[in-house]
Design a protein. Sequence first.
Lengths: 437, 293
Amino acid sequence: MKRFGLFLIMAVFVLGFSVTTAQAVTEINWWHAHGGRLGEKVNSIADNFNKLQNKYKVVATYKGNYSDTMTAGIAAFRSKNPPHILQVFEVGTASMMSARGAINPVYEVMGESGLPFDPNVYLSTVTGYYTTNEGKMLSMPFNSSTPILYYNVDAFKKAGLDPDKPPKTWPEVADYSRKLIKAGYSGFSTAWISWIHLENFSAWHNIPIGTKENGFGGLDTEFIFNSPLHVKHIQQLADWQKEKIFVYGGRRNLGNAKFSSGEVAMYTESSAGYAGFKKTCEFEFRTSMLPYWPEASGAPQNTIIGGASLWVMAGHSKDAYTGVATFFTYLSSPAVQADWHQFTGYLPITTDAYYLTKGQGVYEKKPGMETALKQMTLNKPTSNSKGLRFGNFVQMRGVVYNELEAIFTSKKTAQEGLDKAVKEGNKLLRKFEKANK
Amino acid sequence: MEKRVVFKQKLLPYFLIAPQIIITLVFFIWPASQAVYQSVLQEDAFGLSRKFVGLANFAYIFTDETYLNSIYVTIIFSFSVAAIAMSVSLLLAAMADRVIKGATTYKTLIIWPYAVAPVVAGVLWYFLFNPTIGIVAIYLKLYGYEWNHSLNGGQAMFLVIFTAAWREISYNFLFFLAGLQAIPKPFIEAAAIDGASPLKRFWTITFPLLSPTTFFLVVMNVVYAFFDTFGVIHVITAGGPNYATNIMVFKVYHDGFLSLDLGSSSAQSVILMFIVISLTVVQFRYIERKVYY
């Protein structure tokens, strides 16, 4: 029996070996951060690509959440065995960009492969985040979303509000909230507060979050999100807590239950949260664009994205890079993009995919899906609204969470808290600048 | 001296202790030396640029308000966990020692939580106290108490201490019960005959005789609160709100694995290493000697 087992192992080994040599398939490793249903979708994209041709085999591997995936990729690079494609969340962009020896920029990979590649077919509001000031695409956007306002239609009706007229400005949000509070609800809450109420808030009002074009212009950038408008907004959130116009729901998207349980009637969250709410909310809800302050001359501008992009790691053969380029071409094709967009609620990355989806009449059936796109493309992005690029930004989000929590518990005023966050953030930026000179 | 075992072969003893030595080298000495080495470097996450900076990382963390705050938080957290876990378990053990009927059931139930991993314990209590959907939070609200540990630092601290202590009570209970059962009954009976009340008997006889167990548990509990509670913090608060529960171990993880600042993270773990070493020294040097056996 034992000998038989050994024979089996040998046989499998020999067989497996001969199979790989016979076909000479180049494996492309793709590490990603999508578990559950999204993970299955990612696998099916890889499978479909593999079935379509037989030169390359994309192997998609789930590596945990965004941080885990990035850390795993970095550790693999340090031990000289990196994957070909690594999915990195948007706040890791500056770190990846600065790691010049560790990555191959997408425009180079595409250029060397000889495959047709036109950066203009991509939605500039999406790719802008991952593109140099000279217009060179560094990473391939994969899953991108933007924050929108969700509101509870049943609650609106109960409070005597017209569900066809969602609040457009923050003062309107306050008025609506007061009526909703009388009907037994709380006003609004939010997910991803740093992303939505500072980063996107800045873009939406066309004010900078940092100097040097939000960091796009160089590593010597500094945070300046303690401007009067920022302070006003955050102080207003803190003050609104007393009346329950605003309720803080916790970090990340922990507050989602506040909306789906019907506690708050309005909620700002990523457009990618749409599918989740469809599943958990036992009431009708709709979406609309983020509110803005009417006195801000630049608002509404356009919002910026969150999500992740695909980076090509250095240290592989030329053949493998051609494989990566082939896969990226497949990934950007309208059919694949439209399918991904419709299945997940993430934004499509090309205009063709957008028109394809529109042509299929999907937006009439799911109007919420288009809100995000309309909002992203409302105006031509300015230097304040094409994205942001700051080193150590993962840490920065932590700093912001902590300072906001101090503000919301009245330990600090909005001015004090934001000043502190800016000061701590600038320290992190200088540290990053020093380490990446 | 003639009792000492003498090995005839010279290599055999080395061979016999080799597994221990290898494990210590691979799992302790090697990573520890890596941490020390890394702590004097400033390096980007990918290891592309590496610069020797001497003690700059240490200088930075000791002037960093967040780090000083995390030391303070760790002290409060650890001693509260140890104090609560030990006093409750001592009370339970003293009670269990007197129980005659159903003693096994009672003991089993108390020991049970120890089988729950810290992360699972964290998830469990997190759900119960979830400000929006947690059953405990809802009842508190009914009685007019607003529970929101995602914003209220004091409540967050209470919740993590409570969760960490809840788990550790079982461990302490085992040791206290064993300690209590090892105390010779005649002492207590003699005191009882002399007219000492149960409380007096406990404080003058049982408690001093338990001191070896107690001091052992003090060290074990502090070490537990310092290092093993990572899962609890990670799941319930992630160090927040406003750094209220940002204990040192969590900060090491956060700075190293989330922020990819290896130099600072290593410097912090070197400091933690010295804390463990000194705790161990204290245990063996002083406490073991002063305790009445």
